[in-house]
Design a protein around this ligand. Structure first.
Ligand code: GDP
Ligand code: MN
Length: 347
């Protein structure tokens, strides 16, 4: 029989992913925090994650909620996931005001932020969500058995096939945290976050690693925060790191300072600063080849061949990475990495 001339080239209609990927699986899970009302939006996300990756890997999916999941949520998401779908209710100690928070003061802050039209500034539940993602999701009993997590939010999109197992990649390359989009945080939501971080650094110098990413977080050697952070609605990371004494001491210190309620600290800057100071810089990975959208930003891989090989359907013009509001270039500089081929065409 004559050889098929296209058989060795991708981008010719062949699938990058086999129906079942060979090899071992990592001790890993997807994790989603959601309300029952998020069912249809999380369904869109699950469908894309399954189509672009997980149908060949069948990793578990843990769903967490501060309320009980209803039957519709469970039925629909179970039908869409190829691995085990598991549902957990969040303990009330992990979702609510800690006793050291002054409720009156917190309420005044919300009213003030409402006046100033700060996004989610008047919301109590958003604050509980940010605090939960910052300090508790990795301690949920369903999460205890896993070493790796991949966070998925409602309404995201994946634009390219994922042609290898990112969990295996993370483990093999000794990565602990990863991102696809980075940007500057709204300063109004975190005015004293860096003061709290400095307090932590002074109290626990043993947790700060020498070969860290301070240059990503600060332009003046740590005196002030430049507001750069990795966008945490996408994360692939190591749960043992989050469960480490270093991270727990960090979270407890920030929590005590009260900014989850007296300001509106987001889990993105909280995770990012932790990764930036307590991980070696080479332990943080940028996944150029995972194409992603969460309103309003897109990460579309730089490099045309990558996009063709992975059957991407994003418009490279929408890629946020080389835009002035992205911090990704700074990440490349801090890590002395050369920018991916073709980046200048996307500026
Ligand atoms: P945004 O991306 O910052 O605009 O915030 P989202 O509305 O996407 O919320 C972030 C994540 O937390 C999503 O996975 C939501 O489904 C989830 N979430 C937000 N608020 C709540 C809540 O009150 N309860 C629960 N169970 N999940 C929530
Ligand atoms: Mn979201």
């Amino acid at each position: 029989s004559s050889p098929n001339p296209q058989s060795s080239s991708l981008g010719s209609g062949q699938n990058v992913l086999p129906s079942k990927a060979p090899g071992a699986r990592m001790n890993a899970t997807f994790v989603t925090l959601a309300r029952n009302s998020d069912v249809w939006e999380i369904s869109r996300s699950i469908r894309q994650v399954e189509d672009r990756f997980n149908h060949a890997y069948n990793y578990d999916w843990v769903f967490l909620n501060d309320a009980e999941f209803d039957d519709t949520f469970k039925k629909v998401t179970t039908s869409l996931t190829s691995g085990r779908a598991r549902y957990g209710k969040i303990a009330s100690e992990h979702w609510g005001f800690p006793d050291f928070i002054d409720q009156e003061k917190a309420k005044k802050v919300r009213e003030d932020m409402h006046e100033r039209k700060i996004i989610y500034g008047d919301s109590v539940s958003y604050r509980h969500m940010c605090r939960y993602e910052s300090g508790f999701f990795f301690r949920h009993e369903l999460m205890q058995e896993y070493e790796w997590y991949w966070r998925v939010e409602p309404s995201i999109e994946l634009f390219c096939d994922i042609a290898y197992d990112p969990f295996v990649f993370m483990a093999d390359k000794k990565k602990k945290y990863s991102f696809v989009l980075s940007l500057y945080e709204y300063v109004e939501t975190i005015p004293t976050l860096w003061d709290s971080v400095k307090g932590f650094m002074a109290k626990h110098p043993e947790h700060i690693v020498s070969d860290n990413s301070m240059g990503f977080l600060s332009d003046d050697g740590g005196i002030s925060y430049n507001h750069c952070h990795f966008w945490s609605n996408f994360e692939i990371g190591n749960l043992n790191w989050l469960r480490s004494q270093a991270y727990i001491d960090y979270f407890d210190h920030l929590d005590r300072d009260g900014g989850f309620f007296y300001e509106r600290w987001g889990d993105a800057p909280v995770h990012s600063i932790a990764a930036g100071l307590m991980l070696k810089k080479e332990e943080i990975h940028f996944f150029n080849d995972i194409a992603y959208y969460h309103v309003p930003f897109t990460h579309c891989p730089t490099g045309e061949q990558t996009r063709l090989d992975l059957k991407c359907h994003c418009n490279p013009k929408d890629n946020f990475d080389w835009n002035g509001y992205s911090c990704t270039k700074r990440y490349f500089e801090v890590n002395k990495m050369s920018l991916p081929e073709g980046y200048e065409k996307e500026q």
